[in-house]
Structures are given as C-alpha cells and as structure tokens.
Design a protein around this ligand. Structure first.
Ligand code: CTP
Length: 422
C-alpha cells in the first residue's frame, strides 16, 4: 500500500478539550475522515459547552460520550483506547495537559489515553500566559519525555485582542503532522537548541510592475521541514518567496522575500547564526537584465517583451558553501540542498543529483525526480538523500511532512556522527 493511503481505515481518536478553538476540531475530524480514517470523537464535558455532541456525532458517524459511566457494559475507555491506532487531542487545554501529565483518568478522554499505546499528538491552545506558565511548560516536558508529541502552538490572534503563541494551528497543519506521526515519522526532540534556517517557495523576478518570471514551487516541502524541525525542538527561521496559500509553520519565524537577490540577502544575514541551513526554495537562475518602470506594451519594438535579456542570479547555496570555507559561518554548520532532476537517456536523475552535490559542495542533497506530474505542487514527495560522504538514503514516498521527518532524522544523525563531509 502506498504511504499516502496508509491512514485509510485506521481507527483514530480525536480528543477535544474545552477551549474556544473546539470548533476547529470539526474541520480536523473532516480532514481525517476524508483521508479514509474511522474517526471517533472523545470530548471532555467542557468541550461540549462549545460544540454540541450532535455535531461531532454527525461528522464522525459515532456516538459521543464524555464519561466512562456511559455504555458501562462496553467498558468504553478500554475498548476505544485499545482500538485506537492514533490519538490527537485538539485543542488541548492547560487543564487537559495537566491531567495527562498527572496520569489522571477522571473523564473518558484521559481514561482512554491511559489505556492507549498508540502514537498520541497533543495540540495545545490557550492564552500565551497560560502556555508560558512554568506549570504548563513542565507538564508539556513531562508528556514529551514520555514520547507524546506536543505540537508548538501557532502564533497569532487569540480570543479577544491578544496576540502571541497559544493559537490552535490550522486543522490542515494538525492533520499533516498527525499523518506524518502515524506513518512512522521521527519526532524525536534531537534538534533542541539548534538554529535551523530554511528557504522555501519560488522566487519571482520582475519584468515590469505586473509581470514576473516565476516557477511552480508551492513552498510545501520547505514549510513542512520548518514545522517538523520546530517539533524536534529547533529554533526555526523560514525565508519564504512565493508560496501557495499555506498557514505559517507553527513555532517558526517567518521572513517574506520576492526575488532571488532578496532571498540571498535574507539568508546571508541569518546564515552566521545557523547550525543547519536547508535550501528548499526554487531559486530563479536568471532574472531580466532590466525592470521596466511602467507596464511593457506588446508590439512595441523598444519594450523588449519579444527578446528578453537575462542576467544570471547569484547561487545562494554555492555562496553559503564558500562562506563556510572562508570561516564566516558557524563551525560544524550543516548545509543541505535540493535538486529536482529529470533522468535522460545517458544519465539517471540520481546521477544528475550526485553531480550537482559535487558541484554545489553541500553536505546533503535531497534529490527527487520531477516531470509527469511529480513533486511540484503535489501533496507527496520521495527521492534520495545524497551525502557528500558518498552515502545514499532512500526517502520513502509520503506526505511532504513525512519526507521532512525522514530528512531531519538523517540530518540529526549526520550531525550526531560528527559531520559527513569528505
Ligand atoms: N539554488 C540556489 N541559488 C540559485 C539556484 C539554486 O541556492 N540561484 C539552490 C536551490 O535552492 C537548491 C539547489 O541550489 O537547493 C539546486 O537548485 P537547482 O535549481 O537544481 O540548481 P541549479 O544549479 O540551478 O541547477 P540546474 O542547472 O539543474 O537548474
């Protein structure tokens, strides 16, 4: 069965705690159902003060209960907990997190969690002060130590006028992280204290005020890397050019740019601090030699629309490798590139990738085969992670979050083993 179909017919539990973001759980249930899973919603009694049981029952197709004293003959918490192949609690309030950390079993959700042995994803949502409170942070650390994955909350508008970390991530982000976890993605927190700089999206090179040269990169792979790196404990900055309309990766600082040169400036400014740099962006190799101040007119000889003159853009990745050689970057920084290749009669895509790895001089290169509807803008990816030390890891087909988890596990391993450079 292909990786992307693995969630089909899985028995999943969506736990919902009593926070204002409980309404977003409805969209999450839908996303998981649409991916083919059998979803059971287990709300806390307070969650039902925000969203009615009928809504969860209609969306999931299962009766909803909040207590172990309903359908006692079925011993619900034991049955649901044993059957569950994955549990996601969204939103998880400070109270539910505290009860999970304490091992309480005073409602159906916490009792079910005590029974379950499957992967558990906790998605906190609360006011910034409650999130940052040492009591909550200690409880989160306890859950993480026990192997429960706790998502970083999103940063943004909270209930009322406040903004800050504590928002529930968008249902599509939660579903993506949950699926990657269920697929066996590595969420080990082995990037704590590391600074990760990631470029994403496709650069745009202006011709005039309305036209540009661009590409089809969606930014999904770069954003997925940012999200997973944040969950692995890293301090993440994303420098993003044009992307599809995607939610900002949770737990990451976001810098928006447009052109290759803007991206180079933004990356160069931050590269000196980074422990890991991943160039996932599709950077335009060339840009128009001049940018017209007003819209170019078709058929006008001097407009130049029919004979564009192009000049080469800087190679950001190669520039980073050179700066490292010149001692301008942190000792031991890992530099990772991407290569979207097509094979031809003489050379396979992976051989092209290996040649590119040598040419660019980075430590790892994620090589994938493009063409025939593969990769760009698609929900899945696969390929080979090529190492400067001659290593070659197969990156299994899966969602871009799953690919990100595999890549970051390999990067962490490379760093733990002391480099990987020849
Ligand atoms: N890259 C970069 N700066 C550029 C072009 C590419 O940093 N001006 C980075 C990309 O982000 C990617 C890697 O280099 O990580 C390879 O990109 P690719 O476009 O495949 O490389 P090119 O050198 O342009 O090779 P090709 O001739 O195959 O397009």
């Amino acid at each position: 069965m292909s990786q992307q179909n693995r969630n089909e017919s899985k028995h999943l539990v969506v736990g919902v705690a009593g926070g204002i973001a409980a309404y977003k759980a409805c969209h999450l249930v839908r996303e998981l159902k649409e991916a083919g899973a059998d979803v059971r919603v287990v709300p806390t009694p307070d969650a039902l003060r925000f969203v009615g049981a009928a809504t969860f029952e209609a969306l999931s197709g299962h009766a909803v209960s909040t207590t172990v004293f309903d359908a006692v003959d079925e011993v619900q918490h034991v049955r649901i907990g044993q059957e569950a192949q994955g549990i996601v609690i969204a939103p998880a309030t400070a109270d539910v997190i505290a009860r999970l950390a304490a091992g309480r079993a005073n409602d159906l959700l916490t009792a079910t969690c005590l029974v379950a042995t499957c992967p558990v994803l906790v998605v906190p949502a609360m006011h910034t002060e409650m999130w940052l409170n040492p009591a909550t942070q200690d409880n989160v650390a306890t859950l993480r130590r026990r192997g429960i994955v706790v998502m970083e909350p999103a940063h943004g508008r909270l209930t009322g006028k406040d903004t800050g970390p504590g928002r529930l991530p968008e249902p599509q982000q939660i579903a993506a992280v949950f699926k990657a976890l269920l697929d066996g993605g590595d969420f080990e927190r082995n990037l704590v204290g590391q600074r990760v700089l990631i470029s994403a999206g496709g650069t745009r090179e202006n011709l005039d005020p309305v036209r540009f040269i661009g590409n089809a990169s969606s930014g999904r792979q770069g954003f997925a890397l940012a999200e997973i790196a944040a969950h692995k404990g890293a301090q993440v900055t994303v420098v993003a050019a044009a992307t599809d309309d995607l939610p900002t990766p949770c737990g990451a600082e976001m810098v928006r740019v447009r052109s290759a040169r803007e991206m180079k400036d933004a990356i160069d400014e931050r590269a000196g601090e980074a422990d890991i740099i991943i160039m996932a962006a599709a950077v335009a190799d060339y840009r128009p030699a001049t940018v017209a101040e007003s819209k170019m007119k078709k058929g006008r000889d001097d407009a130049g629309l029919d004979h564009l003159e192009l000049v080469e853009n800087p190679d950001i990745l190669a520039g980073l490798v050179k700066r490292r050689a010149d001692g301008e970057l942190k000792d031991g920084v890992s530099i990772v590139g991407f290569a979207a290749e097509t094979g031809d009669a003489q050379t396979s895509a992976v051989e092209h990738g290996r040649a590119k790895l040598r040419r660019k001089g980075c430590d790892l290169l994620m090589c994938n085969e493009v063409g025939e509807g593969k990769v760009f803008g698609q929900a899945t990816n696969q390929g080979w992670l090529l190492g400067a030390d001659g290593s070659e890891r197969t990156i299994e087909l899966g969602s871009k979050h799953y690919v990100a988890a595999q890549m970051l596990a390999a990067i962490a391993e490379l760093r733990e083993s002391g480099g990987g450079r020849t």
